[in-house]
Write a protein that binds this ligand. Structure first.
Ligand code: DX5
Ligand code: ZN
Length: 209
């Protein structure tokens, strides 16, 4: 199992990014919120881009925004492995997936707890990652929702039946207890479980198998 670490709930981003850089975590999960798609807002790009000073890890960018097309070119400039936006947005999804691909970056769609799995079907051949939300997006530190396990299994069945090469990443409420519901995942994203600990590596290792 790969592990992606979210620093959304960090009180000291430079310090926590440096500490994460000393672990074997696979990715840094960068949560971006616009105050419209979700009510909270994260720092603007000209501030966020400085994270490159504190980490050499590849970035897993999660856009919780109404207009992904405005953010994709910005985050494509960084050391980015995946850019993921939400299947619930009103912008043209295919155009945005193509834009991500044009930078040779992995493209992903995130799906909210209340959204039907079938909405992903038209995009399956174009996806490198599906980010399954274990919470309603908007803030860190929430509890993993009932029904997420079934959703992960449903999406695994879908990916297998369409024979596509797409990773499953689970985000929100992931910890040592809830990882048991994520056995069909390829990547686990965890924020507060890692960041609120005094031993990041121990928490990351506990999510791996
Ligand atoms: C939720 C974010 C998550 C969140 C994860 O809106 O997309 O990435 O920060 O944090 P935890 O693990 O604390 O739920
Ligand atoms: Zn996220």
């Amino acid at each position: 199992m790969k592990v992606s670490a979210s620093f959304l709930s960090s009180k000291n981003v430079p310090l926590d990014l440096k500490k994460l850089n000393d672990t074997d975590v696979d990715y840094i999960h960068v949560d971006i919120m616009d105050g419209k798609f979700v009510k909270n807002k994260t720092m603007p790009f000209h501030e966020m881009k400085h994270i490159y000073q504190y980490t050499s890890k590849r970035l897993d960018v999660h856009l919780m925004v109404e207009e992904p097309s405005k953010y994709i070119p910005l985050y494509a400039e960084l050391n980015t492995e995946f850019i993921t936006f939400h299947v619930e947005v009103e912008e043209d999804i295919m155009k945005n997936l193509e834009m991500i691909k044009s930078y040779s970056i992995g493209s992903g769609l995130a799906i909210n707890p209340d959204t039907k799995v079938s909405t992903l079907v038209p995009y399956l051949p174009y996806l490198d990652e599906i980010l399954i939300m274990g919470v309603v997006p908007g803030e860190g530190g929430q509890s993993f929702l009932d029904g997420t396990k079934e959703k992960i299994e449903e999406i695994r069945t879908l990916i297998d039946s369409y024979h596509v090469n797409c990773l499953i990443n689970v985000d929100g409420g992931v910890n040592q207890k809830t990882k048991q519901f994520c056995q069909e995942a390829d990547i686990l994203t965890a924020g507060s479980y890692i960041i609120s600990s005094d031993n990041f590596q121990e928490k990351i290792s506990s999510l791996r198998d």
